[in-house]
Ligand binder design. Structure first.
Ligand code: TXA
Ligand code: MG
Length: 318
C-alpha cells in the first residue's frame, strides 16, 4: 500500500486524526522536522512506530501535546523545567522529566526509563492535528532509524513509503534541526541533545551553565549515538575545498554546488542542512561523486547543533 499524501484542508486533518484514533501512523510537519505520529496511549500503535522506522526499542520517544498543562498530567515539572516550558513552549524545546506513577502512556514510549520526553510544537499544522485528535501523540523524526531527518513531505515519502498510512503535507520545516533536549532531574537541568534553541539562550533563562550528559558509548538519548543522521555518501567536515570525488556543500565564502548560507547566517544554514544532505546524496550520484564535503561552520549559537549533526553524519555506521 502506497503512503497517502494529505492536504492541510478539513478532509486532510479529518483523515489524519482518524488514522491516529484507529491506531495507525501519520507523519506531520513540526517547526523542527517532520514527526511520525501515533496515539501515545495505545501500545499497539506505538509499537508500529518502531517497526516502520526499524528503530531499536531501547530508544524512547517524544510525546507531543498542545500545552504545558497537558504535559503536567503525565510528568513532574520542577521550578527550572517550568521556567523553560513557560519561556520556550510552544517551540523547538523538548523537556525530559520524571514520569508520574499514574501516567497511562504506552510503556514503549519510555523504553523502561523513569522519565518521559515532552514537546509542545508551534507549527500550526501540528497544533491543528493535536487539537483535532485531542490526545498525546508520540512522534520521533519521520525517517528510517539512523538516517537523515525529513524536512519536507517528499523526504518522508522517500524514506517510509508503504510503511505508514499517510503524510500530512505542510511544506518545508523552517527550523530544520530537531528540538534541543533538556533533562530535568533532581532539581537541575542538563542538556541531552543540542538543537533548534541555542544552549546559550536556555542558560540565560536558567542562570547557570548546562552540564551535558553526552556519552556516545552509553547514550541516554540515542540521538547521541555517534553515528546518526547519516547520508549514504561518506561525509567530510571542515572542508575548505572539495577533492575531485566530492560533492561540496558550502557556507559563507566557501563555495560549493550548494551553499548552506552565502551570507553566513546560521539560522538559514540550519533550515537548509538536512534538505541539502538529502539533495547531495542524490546529486552526488548524478555527478559521479562518491563523497560529500561540508565547509567549516562556526561553533556558536545554532552552529553547535549543526556541527553536532555533521559529526554524527560523518561517523561511519560500523
Ligand atoms: O524536533 C524534534 O525533537 C523531532 C520532532 C518530530 O518533534 N523529534 C525527534 O524525535 O527528533 P527523535 O525520536 O528522532 O529524537 C528524540 C530523542 C531520541 O534521541 C531519544 O533517545 C530522546 O529523544 N529521548 C526520548 N525520551 C527520552 C528520555 N526519557 N530520556 C532521554 N532521552 C529521551
Ligand atoms: Mg531522529
Amino acid at each position: 500500500m502506497d503512503t497517502k499524501i494529505l492536504k492541510t484542508n478539513s478532509d486532510g486533518y479529518d483523515t489524519a486524526s482518524k488514522i491516529l484514533q484507529s491506531g495507525g501512523l501519520v507523519a506531520f510537519p513540526t517547526e523542527t522536522v517532520y514527526g511520525l505520529g501515533a496515539d501515545a496511549l495505545n501500545n499497539n500503535a506505538v509499537s508500529k512506530i518502531y517497526a516502520a522506522k526499524k528503530r531499536p526499542t531501547f530508544n524512547p520517544l517524544i510525546v507531543h501535546v498542545l500545552n504545558l498543562e497537558t504535559a503536567q498530567k503525565f510528568a513532574i515539572f520542577d521550578e527550572d523545567s517550568l521556567l523553560l516550558a513557560n519561556k520556550f513552549w510552544p517551540g523547538p524545546l523538548t523537556i525530559v522529566a520524571p514520569i508520574k506513577a499514574d501516567a497511562n502512556l504506552s510503556k514503549l514510549i519510555t523504553a523502561g526509563l523513569e522519565t518521559v520526553a515532552f514537546r509542545v510544537p508551534s507549527h500550526p499544522v501540528a497544533r491543528k492535528l493535536l487539537k483535532e485528535f485531542d490526545g498525546p501523540v508520540a512522534a520521533p523524526s519521520a525517517n528510517p532509524s539512523g538516517s537523515i531527518s525529513s524536512t519536507n513531505a517528499i523526504h518522508v515519502k522517500n524514506g517510509l513509503n508503504g510503511r505508514i498510512q499517510a503524510i500530512l503535507n505542510g511544506g518545508k520545516c523552517n527550523v530544520g534541526l530537531e528540538s534541543t533536549i533538556i533533562l530535568s532531574k533532581s532539581g537541575e537541568c542538563s542538556i541531552l541533545r543540542s538543537g533548534g534553541i541555542p544552549e546559550s539562550e536556555i542558560e540565560k533563562v536558567l542562570g547557570y551553565k548546562l552540564s551535558s550528559s553526552k556519552n556516545p558509548d552509553s547514550p541516554i538519548a540515542p540521538g547521541q549515538l555517534s553515528s546518526h543522521y547519516a547520508p549514504n555518501a561518506k561525509l567530510r567536515m571542515n572542508a575548505e575545498k572539495a577533492y575531485d570525488d566530492e560533492y561540496m556543500i558550502g557556507f559563507g565564502d566557501v563555495v560549493g554546488q550548494l551553499n548552506l548560507s552565502s551570507q553566513g547566517d546560521l539560522t538559514e544554514a540550519a533550515t537548509n542542512l538536512f534538505s541539502f544532505l538529502h539533495m547531495a546524496d542524490e546529486d552526488a550520484i548524478t555527478l559521479g561523486k562518491t563523497k560529500i564535503a561540508v565547509a567549516p561552520i562556526p561553533m556558536n549559537d545554532l552552529g553547535i547543533a549543526i556541527n553536532d549533526r555533521l559529526k554524527r553524519a560523518s561517523t561511519p555506521k560500523d
